[in-house]
Design a protein around this ligand. Structure first.
Ligand code: T3D
Length: 259
C-alpha cells in the first residue's frame, strides 16, 4: 500500500485522484487537502488531462476532517478553512474541465461537501451521505451551505444538517445529490467507462460551459447572455468546433480527442 495520501493515475485522458487514508475512511488531514488541491491545479495546465475523477480508497469516500488532528493544531477554524478546504472547493469549481466525484462509500462532513462539489456526481449503491457536522456541534462548511439548498431547497437542507440524517443512494438520487448510482460490485468499472465517454466529448467547450454555468449562478439574465456570447466566440474559434461541424457534414462521429 502506498503511503501517498492522494494517488494519481492518468489513463485515456482521465486523471483519477484517489484519497488514500482507507483506515480512517479517508478522513482529511492537511497533506490530503493540499495534495488534492495541488493535483487539481496541475491538471488545469496539463492538456493530457481531459476529465478528473476524485474517489476514495477502501470502503469510504471521505469522512470529513480528521478529528484526531483538530485539537493538535495551532490554527483557528476560520484560518484552517481558508488555508485548506476553501481553496480546494474553489479550485474544483474553477477548473475548466469536468470533475467527477466518484463517491464509493461513506461521505460525511466536509467529505459530503466534497462529494457535492463535482460537476458530475456518481454514487455507488453503498454510499451513505451525512451532513454530520452538527453531531460535533460544528457548522456545515466546504460549500455545503451554498450547494445543498440549491439542490434540495432550504428546508430539506436545514433538516439534513440539523439531524445529520443518513442519506442512502436511492434517496440521494431522488433528492438530486447525484446524477447516477452504479452497483457497488461494478462501481470502479462503471465510473471508468463513464469518465472515458466524457473524455471523448469536446472538453474545451465543456470547460467554457462549466464557467458560464457557474457565472450564471450569481448573475442577471443580461449578464448571462453576454457571458454566453463571449464563451461562444471562444468555442466557435476552437478546432473542436471545426471537427464537430466536419463530422456532421461527413456523417461520422466527431473525434474531439484528436484536435
Ligand atoms: O477547520 C476545520 O478543520 C473544520 C472543518 C470541519 C470539517 C468536517 O468535516 S467536520 C466533520 C468531521 N467528520 C465527522 O465528524 C465524521 C466522524 N465519523 C463518523 O461519524 C463515522 O466514522 C462515519 C459515520 C463517517 C462512518 O461510520 P462507520 O461506522 O462506517 O465507521 P467507523 O467505525 O466509525 O470508522 C472507521 C474508522 O475510521 C474508525 O477508526 P478505528 O476505530 O477503526 O481505528 C474511525 O475512528 C475512523 N474515522 C472515521 N471518521 C473519522 C475517523 N478518524 C478521524 N477522523 C474522522 N473524521
Amino acid at each position: 500500500m502506498s503511503d501517498q495520501v492522494v494517488l494519481k493515475a492518468l489513463e485515456h485522458g482521465v486523471l483519477t485522484l484517489t484519497l488514500n487514508r482507507p483506515d480512517k475512511l479517508n478522513a482529511a488531514n492537511d497533506a490530503l487537502l493540499l495534495g488534492l488541491t495541488g493535483a487539481l491545479r496541475e491538471a488545469a495546465d496539463d492538456s493530457a488531462v481531459r476529465v478528473v475523477v476524485i474517489t476514495g480508497a477502501g470502503r469510504g469516500f471521505c469522512a470529513g476532517q480528521d478529528l484526531g488532528e483538530v485539537g493538535a493544531r495551532e490554527m483557528g477554524f476560520a484560518e484552517h478553512l481558508r488555508h485548506t478546504y476553501n481553496p480546494l472547493i474553489s479550485t474544483m469549481r474553477a477548473l475548466e474541465k469536468p470533475v467527477i466525484t466518484a463517491v464509493n462509500g461513506v461521505a460525511a462532513g466536509a467529505g459530503a461537501s466534497l462529494a457535492l462539489a463535482g460537476d458530475i456526481r456518481l454514487w455507488s449503491s453503498a454510499v451513505t451521505f451525512i451532513e454530520v457536522f452538527s453531531n460535533i456541534a460544528l457548522v456545515p462548511d466546504s460549500g455545503s451551505t451554498w450547494m445543498l439548498p440549491r439542490l434540495v431547497g432550504y428546508h430539506k437542507a436545514f433538516e439534513l444538517m440539523a439531524l445529520a440524517e443518513r442519506v442512502n443512494a436511492e434517496e440521494g438520487l431522488r433528492l438530486g445529490l447525484c446524477e447516477r448510482v452504479f452497483p457497488a460490485e461494478t462501481f470502479a468499472e462503471d465510473v471508468r467507462a463513464y469518465a472515458e465517454q466524457l473524455a471523448a466529448r469536446p472538453v474545451r467547450a465543456l470547460g467554457l460551459t462549466k464557467r458560464a454555468l457557474n457565472q450564471a449562478l450569481s448573475s442577471t439574465l443580461d449578464e448571462a447572455l453576454e457571458n454566453e456570447a463571449q464563451a461562444q466566440q471562444r468555442a466557435g474559434e476552437d478546432p473542436e468546433h471545426r471537427e464537430g461541424l466536419a463530422a456532421f457534414k461527413e456523417k461520422r462521429s466527431a473525434r474531439f480527442k484528436d484536435v
